[in-house]
Design a protein around this ligand. Structure first.
Ligand SMILES: [Mn+2]
Length: 356
């Protein structure tokens, strides 16, 4: 037997996505229109395509992220009417953009690489159509196929990554395997899908990884902002530095948000909680600014584990992370900049003495 070349994974990706959830009800993200990945015309008309990645076979500790996609799609107190007017930016991301939902990619955890290859093919289809894949995880293993699929479409090594996480996810092996939620960033840099020196991490803390892994990260030229540095220099200074690196000789930015970057007091429903993280407001403000200021070509939100959630707060936050990014994209496409965001809620709207 000869081994197969891994250059193109489509050879065994026969079934990929289907409408609705792999485990849950047949619904779309906040009621947006459905999308069939086989409908290339529909894909080309879309600005962003939601994909569910109900996969938690890569979890090293608590599982349950397979239920993340449906929780992120549905956890909101407003009607699922495909409209969300953003107060600060005055855009409606679900109306101003064409956002559609292609359902979940079926990702059986017993099949080794196959579920990841299916996801990669789906993400690639979306990115090749010129739309932004918005992938709802799932554990963080999925960022390996997510960024790989985008890089195949946008350019190999041409996409920078901004990665929010308590953990570096740059391990070499996890329980002896090359697949796991502690490893995807290493796999991406090893393959050349993205450059180590265009890989930005924010929010790291705690007691992992080991020194030899940090050594490897340093050798790749990664820039990892540990919470100590963010606290000491301030988040905004760190963001300015990260943005400059992310836009230097790259064609797009992939945004990967591990919800555990947030302090577990505000996001308890996750697989590997690490105290001492971002506040929800810091996370939402930051991803909104990224989408306004940088050319986002793909995103994922991962590690939401509803069985461990409390009052659905983690799912609410993840739902908002998606909305903030889409709102920022809509604002940017309308010509907005971070400095042009209205300073107050009703700025320019009332009868303040000038005719209008
Ligand atoms: Mn992670």
């Amino acid at each position: 037997m000869h081994s197969r070349a891994p250059a193109d994974v489509r050879w065994h990706s026969t079934t990929m996505a289907r409408y609705g959830g792999m485990f849950g009800p047949d619904v779309t993200y906040l009621g947006v229109e459905r999308c069939d990945l086989a409908d290339t015309t529909g894909l080309r008309d879309a600005d962003a395509v939601v994909l569910g990645a109900p996969y938690d076979a890569g979890a090293s500790y608590r599982a349950g992220a397979r239920f993340g996609p449906q929780a992120i799609r549905t956890t909101d107190y407003l009607p699922h009417d495909s409209s969300r007017p953003h107060l600060a930016l005055r855009v409606d991301p679900l109306k101003d953009l064409t956002v559609v939902d292609a359902g979940d990619v079926e990702m059986p955890g017993v099949e080794g690489r196959q579920p990841l290859d299916r996801l990669e093919a789906a993400v690639r289809d979306v990115a090749e159509a010129g739309a932004i894949p918005v992938v709802l995880g799932g554990d963080h293993t999925i960022t390996w196929p997510d960024v790989t699929g985008v890089a195949r479409a946008v350019g190999w090594g041409r996409v920078s990554v901004i990665h929010f996480d308590a953990h570096a996810d740059t391990g070499e092996f996890q329980f002896g395997s090359l697949i796991g939620h502690g490893l995807p960033m290493r796999r991406l840099i090893e393959s050349g899908a993205c450059r180590g020196d265009r890989f930005l991490q924010l929010g790291l803390r705690g007691y992992w990884p080991e020194p030899d892994v940090l050594q490897w990260m340093g050798e790749q030229g990664m820039r990892s902002f540990e919470m100590h540095e963010i606290g000491r220099r301030g988040l905004l200074a760190c963001l300015d530095e990260a943005f400059a690196i992310a836009t230097d000789d790259c064609d797009g930015v992939f945004l990967s948000v591990d919800i555990d970057v947030t302090d577990p007091g505000s996001a308890p429903g996750t697989g590997t909680p690490e105290p001492g993280g971002f506040t929800p407001r810091e996370l939402l403000d930051t991803v909104r600014r990224i989408a306004v200021e940088l050319p986002v070509v793909g995103m994922d939100v991962v590690e939401v584990s509803p069985p461990y959630d409390s009052s659905e707060v983690t799912a609410f936050l993840a739902n908002r992370v998606v909305l903030e990014v889409l709102s920022g994209v809509a604002y940017r496409r309308a010509g907005g900049t971070w400095d042009s965001v209205p300073p107050t809620l009703l700025h320019g709207l009332g009868s303040s003495g000038t005719a209008g």
